[in-house]
Design a protein. Structure first.
Length: 247
């Protein structure tokens, strides 16, 4: 093999290596952009779901939301309080499951913020999962959390454009689909138990509310979506008024 042949082979090899290298980095860039788009899109929805859930938990803890509506309200008020409380739990779990399916499989890479979000999601999941020596209202094993999240994903949605069932669709499922309702029967019963006596569930409710505040902080660090939101975990009940929802 003469020198010209060796040079030609070397040039071809270098060209192939360069093409492969550029292709690799192009693919990495596409994945990174896709991951960023999913995190931006789903992160906003997850932030709202976490905010709504922590707001409801706050009003259960400090405003006696369930005790008021289930024991002193009309039958319609009681049913709305019961169902809407279960809905905000289910919607949160739905967005967590969506994030797990469409973002986590992409590999979070070295993104510190994304990893912190996933760590916080895991902590919230562990609090739902934790068992106590007393009654275990709102305890959901991890597989239950994922199952509830799965049934809350709208069946017509697809990767990149997934969404959760809205409240009307959720209520339709409770009223017309026994298999759907079965996933929420225990939670509905737990809501009644908390309305009658919150004490056994209070440690879990407090932990969840604070952890969700921290999650919202991670998802909205500049308070763009929640400018009125105090981005810290409040220790004093009186200081936490900014976290309450409108009844």
């Amino acid at each position: 093999m003469d020198a010209l042949t060796w040079i030609s082979a070397a040039v071809a090899l270098a060209s192939a290596a360069t093409t492969a290298f550029l292709g690799y980095w192009q693919q990495r860039r596409i994945v990174a952009v896709e991951r960023l788009n999913y995190m931006n899109q789903y992160g906003a929805s997850l932030a709202w779901a976490a905010f709504d859930l922590q707001s409801r938990l706050y009003n259960i803890l400090y405003g006696r939301y369930l005790a008021f509506f289930l024991t002193q309200g009309t039958e319609e008020d009681a049913e709305f309080a019961r169902r809407s409380t279960v809905f905000v739990i289910a919607e949160y779990l739905g967005w967590v499951e969506i994030l797990r399916r469409d973002v986590q499989f992409l590999d979070l890479g070295s993104s510190g913020p994304n990893r912190r979000v996933m760590t916080q999601l895991s902590q919230v999941g562990e609090t739902f999962n934790r068992s106590t020596r007393r009654r275990d209202e709102l305890r959901l094993f991890r597989i239950q959390q994922r199952a509830i999240g799965s049934v809350m994903i709208h069946p017509d949605s697809e990767p990149g454009r997934r969404r959760c069932l809205d409240y009307a669709e959720f209520c339709d499922g409770l009223d017309g689909d026994d298999r759907f309702k079965a996933w929420f029967s225990e939670l509905l019963t737990d809501v009644d138990a908390i309305a009658a006596d919150m004490a056994p569930a209070e440690p879990r409710l407090r932990s969840l509310q604070r952890q969700l505040v921290e999650l919202v902080d991670l998802l909205d660090p500049d308070a763009v979506r929640f400018p009125q939101f105090h981005r810290r975990v409040f220790e004093d009940e009186e200081e936490s008024t900014a976290l309450s929802e409108t009844w």
